[in-house]
Design a protein around this ligand. Structure first.
Ligand code: C2O
Ligand code: CU
Length: 469
């Protein structure tokens, strides 16, 4: 009798827990729904771009001639700019000696335009082309790069920035910094040994020459008291940057494209490969000042750039802080909810490079020659419009910036402790032995990549697919 009573209460509580979890999920999905479902009114404008990937020779780094692979003959490639509501149409041509694709990192777009070989399109063979077309839906700083042999193709210089402007962009000058690092061989050219055993045993290919927009330690001119919107992208294969902005009046106003909930402190902001940050930066009112910006992610600091403060200009003096009005849900009940999917990150011997990186013990490789009938099927699925929690459990000692295509997520816990980041992301750095919980409401249907954005880990198998149904 007594026993039965307890069992009864037990089942009752389980039922209650399950039903309150379902309520909490529904409530949290509702919290973000209007933001995530939002679509700008089409402007009727079409931004037409011709984009060609080809080997070329450029004056780069410290002014040397460097053999690179480039989009439209420059590294970084061209910056594509559109206004929210525009249609972007890119006529892509592959003049590389290898197959490639163009992936639009961080963008919500139709799955077929996502640029993943053997998943959303056949790879674009040398000499061939592909037309990418999608709506410029969410304003922000995004980028594009190949999704084939990333270690080599990004490592040789293939990447560019895609900026989607707000309907009414803040009235300030913009500066764009694309961060990268380069590994050179004895001849001073790009080291052609990609995905080495040592890269795989560590955090990918870290180069010794660091550049901002292809140039080593450039000087950036600002007027005294000038306010700028500084957009920064980390396009490196593996290196993480932590630009030290202490002593500067700088606030984070967007992360991975989307506006933050409020201006956030720029102190300690980290950019793992793939991450972007938008800063509201106010130049100090001291003409003649010269301010180095130092990367402090590694023990040995790296000089990124120098800000040179010129004379004040009248028209820049009185500008107000940049206002972007982002929406980021609080998702306070996230903690009590079990993750739908867990991704354990680890390595094992084997595979084409001798060491392979795995997600839940599985590897995935892109095969650029796969016929459509053999396109890869996702091992994981999420329901569109439903709140879900994903857990990344890093069982290794290395870094893994985990990136999910086509959706935005929010970090809700690190090592079991609740976190409220006040911004969205599409890439989150998971450190050695760390567990990171992220939450999202998937909105875009299709088969989406989930992978480590360290190109060498990715090329050595650290990818999987999540279907949004
Ligand atoms: Cu920038 Cu699949 O990544
Ligand atoms: Cu990794």
């Amino acid at each position: 009798m007594r026993r039965r009573l307890w069992v009864g209460i037990g089942i009752g509580l389980l039922g209650l827990a399950a039903c309150s979890q379902a309520d909490a999920r529904r409530e949290m999905a509702g919290e973000a729904a209007s933001f995530l479902e939002r679509r700008p009114a089409p402007t009727g404008q079409v931004v037409e771009v011709r984009l060609t990937a080809a080997p070329t020779r450029l004056e780069l780094l410290d002014g040397r001639m460097l053999d690179v692979w480039a989009y439209n003959g420059s590294v970084p490639g061209p910056t594509i700019r559109a206004r929210e509501g525009d249609t972007i149409r890119v006529h892509f041509k592959n003049e590389l000696p290898q197959p490639t694709t163009v992936h639009w990192h961080g963008i919500r777009l139709p799955n077929g335009m996502d640029g993943v070989p053997g998943v959303t399109q056949p790879a674009v063979q040398p000499g061939e082309g592909f037309v990418y077309e999608f709506l410029a839906r969410d304003p922000g700083t995004f980028w594009f790069h190949p999704h084939v042999r990333g270690s080599e193709q990004l490592g040789r210089g293939l990447y560019g920035v895609l900026i989607i402007e707000e309907a009414e962009p803040p009235p300030v000058r913009e500066i764009l910094w694309v961060l990268d690092d380069w590994r050179l061989d004895e001849s001073g050219q790009i080291d052609p040994r990609f995905v080495t055993r040592s890269d795989l045993a560590h955090d990918g290919r870290w180069g010794s020459v660091i550049t901002v927009n292809g140039v080593q330690a450039p000087q950036i001119e600002l007027a005294a008291g000038e306010r700028v919107r500084l957009r920064i992208l980390n396009a490196a294969n593996g290196r993480v940057f932590r630009p030290d902005l202490s002593g500067l009046d700088a606030k984070v106003i967007a992360f991975d494209g989307l506006a933050t909930k409020r201006p956030l402190p720029a102190e300690g902001v980290e950019l793992a490969p793939g991450n972007r940050v938008d800063l509201d930066l106010l130049a100090p009112p001291r003409p003649g000042a010269s301010i180095p910006v130092i990367d402090r992610f590694t023990r040995r600091p790296n000089h990124l750039a120098t800000l040179r403060i010129g004379e004040a200009k009248e028209n820049v003096a009185a500008s107000k802080p940049i206002e972007l009005r982002g929406f980021v849900p609080a998702w306070r009940r996230a903690e009590a909810i079990e993750p739908e999917l867990e991704f354990r990150l680890n390595a094992a011997r084997g595979g084409p490079y001798g060491l392979q990186w795995m997600i839940n013990g599985e590897v995935m490789h892109h095969d650029a020659d796969q016929p459509m009938s053999e396109w890869q099927e996702p091992p994981y699925a999420l329901r569109a419009g439903r709140w879900a929690k994903l857990r990344f459990t890093n069982e290794s000692a290395r870094l893994h910036p985990m990136h999910l295509h086509g959706q935005f997520f929010k970090v809700v816990a690190r090592d079991g402790r609740p976190v409220d980041e006040e911004h969205w992301r599409d890439t989150v750095l998971v450190r050695s032995r760390e567990t990171v919980d992220v939450a999202l409401v998937p909105t875009e249907l299709g088969n989406w990549m989930l992978h480590c954005h360290i190109m060498e880990h990715q090329d050595a198998g650290m990818m999987t697919l999540v279907a949004v149904e």
